[in-house]
Write a protein that binds this ligand. Structure first.
Ligand code: NPG
Length: 380
């Protein structure tokens, strides 16, 4: 393998075409760290799924920036050789921070695969050239507007609709969507906004034929999820609770869910995502690929992952146009049958476009082997 010569951190900012509202807040722009590594053989790209605030998880951009600059990049820059497995081991001394780790590990893997001329999808043993796509719809101001959004996305071809819910904007809205579209694949996502005292809300959803109810309760509470799952016919799916393969194994053993949302960026990168996939597959548990409104860098990687054999449900792998007027990379497009092509070029198969980087990067830091850094731009 080869040495890592430089790690570059870029803070990118892209306006969203529509604000995205969840039970924990509203996003109007995508602001994330994109990592570029330079090895002897190639360059590689990775994206950190953390956001400005520590609301979805403890990680956030400014914290991830420090972890990458002070701990993760220096752990690789001194080594004679670096491949993705040895990089993952080199990070084991840093507790937590899976989003920061994922960004750098994925960039290392991308560089490795680009220099070998292998696509990420084939390296992962993907068995599909195209994947089925779903769309996640934020909490709308009214049921009427929500029905309009659903209609529009179905017309574009999306094969599964996921509705964000929160207390006060749940049952009545889901019933309205189901009444209008009796046969679509429909799921809901609470982003941990409920407690077990709200079990009745979910019991009332049991006759709506939902594909799944995602992350109803607190992310640390696997035991209560198991209690809730035992009360319901509908499958629970966990997202925020699954931060590692160990957490996924514990959730399955406890009966806390029957479906797992795999977000490689949340679990520490593609290697850990593959372990979760393998464990779920061995146990007959379906998985699907979640999304964090990634730019094309993260989206390319998600598509390769979603093409693995255990990913049997449509993912939150929507088209670039659903998020951005101009993506950071070439745009990803949805075919009218609701599928998207998995990149087949070496590595993740796409790179940020130089003109988009010029327009979107607000902060930059290059970390070199002597650990001196060359900074430009103000704090992000
Ligand atoms: O299409 O990428 C997408 C968004 C999918 O709903 C989605 N993501 O909780 O899964 C989630 C949610 C999310 C987005 C969470 C951004 C945190 C930040």
């Amino acid at each position: 393998m080869s040495r890592v010569r430089a790690v570059e951190l870029l803070l990118v900012e892209l306006p969203l075409v529509h604000p995205f509202r969840t039970s924990f807040g509203e996003m109007r722009e995508k602001r994330c760290i994109v990592v570029r590594v330079e090895t002897d053989g190639a360059e590689g790209w990775g994206e950190c799924v953390a956001d400005v605030r520590p609301d979805f998880s403890e990680e956030f951009n400014d914290g991830a920036w420090i972890v990458l600059r002070e701990f993760l990049a220096p752990a690789l820059l001194g080594a004679d050789t670096t491949d993705v497995e040895s990089a993952e081991r080199a990070f084991s001394g840093v507790r937590g921070h899976p989003m920061a780790k994922a960004a750098l590990l994925n960039a290392i893997l991308d560089a490795e695969l680009r220099s070998d001329g292998t696509s990420l999808a084939s390296w992962l043993g993907a068995d599909k050239a195209r994947v089925e796509c779903g769309v996640s719809i934020g909490i709308a101001p009214s049921t009427e507007l929500l029905l309009d959004h659903v209609e529009g996305y179905l017309a574009e071809g999306y094969r599964r609709i996921k509705l964000k819910i929160r207390p006060g904007a749940d049952l009545e809205r889901v019933r309205a969507v189901r009444a209008t579209h009796p046969n679509i694949l429909l799921s809901v996502d609470a982003n941990a906004a409920y407690t077990l005292a709200d079990a009745e809300v979910f019991r009332s959803m049991d006759d709506l034929g939902l594909l799944m109810i995602e992350q109803p309760l607190h992310h640390e509470d696997l035991v209560r999820h198991a209690e809730l799952q035992a009360m319901l016919g509908t499958a629970l799916c966990l997202d925020e609770s699954i931060r590692s393969a160990a957490a996924a194994a514990a959730a399955l053993e406890l009966g806390a869910c029957r479906i797992v949302n795999i977000k490689q960026g949340r679990v520490g990168g593609v290697l850990e995502a593959r372990r979760i996939h393998d464990h779920c597959r061995e146990n007959g548990v379906p998985v699907w690929c979640g999304g964090m409104l990634e730019t094309g860098v993260g989206r390319a990687l998600n598509l390769a992952l979603a093409a693995m054999p255990g990913f049997t449900l449509p993912g939150d792998t929507s088209a670039s146009a659903r998020y951005f007027e101009h993506d950071l990379t070439r745009p990803f497009e949805l075919a009218s049958d609701g599928t998207m092509a998995v990149p087949s070029e070496p590595g993740i198969g796409v790179s940020p476009l130089p003109e988009r980087l010029r327009a979107c990067v607000s902060r930059r830091d290059v970390i070199l082997p002597d650990r001196k850094s060359d900074k430009s731009g103000g704090p992000g």
